[in-house]
Design a protein. Structure first.
Length: 133
């Protein structure tokens, strides 16, 4: 992740203070959560995909009626859509493919969900219910 202009300036100031022999910088910019504006869209999308993959894995793994299952987070059918940046975080919609076998039936599906991605976590705020049994 690249540093933003304001963080670069703070680091430059800290480096100058240390170089001049002063006490240095008392605040480490990594100690504070970054506001949504400093979370890249790519990172937010990647984290939303990972969160939906974890959601589907939990639902399918715990379904005792299934003989086989899987998710496809790296497939071309995985889609993400940036929705907006808010004070709450970055909203991202993600569609992720999955499949399972139940008896003699094979099912291919996709789950769509909306996540709020923050530096300190990712929250599923809306999405398809996946309950195969």
């Amino acid at each position: 992740m690249s540093l933003t202009y304001s963080r670069r300036g703070l680091l430059r100031l800290c480096g100058s203070a240390l170089g001049l022999g002063t006490a240095g910088c008392l605040v480490d910019p990594r100690d504070k959560p970054l506001p949504p504006s400093e979370l890249s869209s790519t990172e937010a999308k990647d984290r939303a995909i990972s969160a939906e993959d974890a959601f589907l894995t939990e639902r399918l793994r715990d379904a005792s009626c299934l003989s086989n299952w899987g998710t496809s987070p790296n497939s071309p059918s995985t889609q993400t859509r940036f929705i907006e940046r808010t004070a709450e975080g970055v909203r991202v919609e993600v569609t992720l493919a999955y499949g399972y076998s139940k008896g003699e039936t094979d099912v291919d599906g996709a789950s769509t969900a909306v996540y709020v991605v923050k530096k300190e976590g990712t929250e599923r705020v809306r999405g398809d219910d996946v309950s195969p049994c």
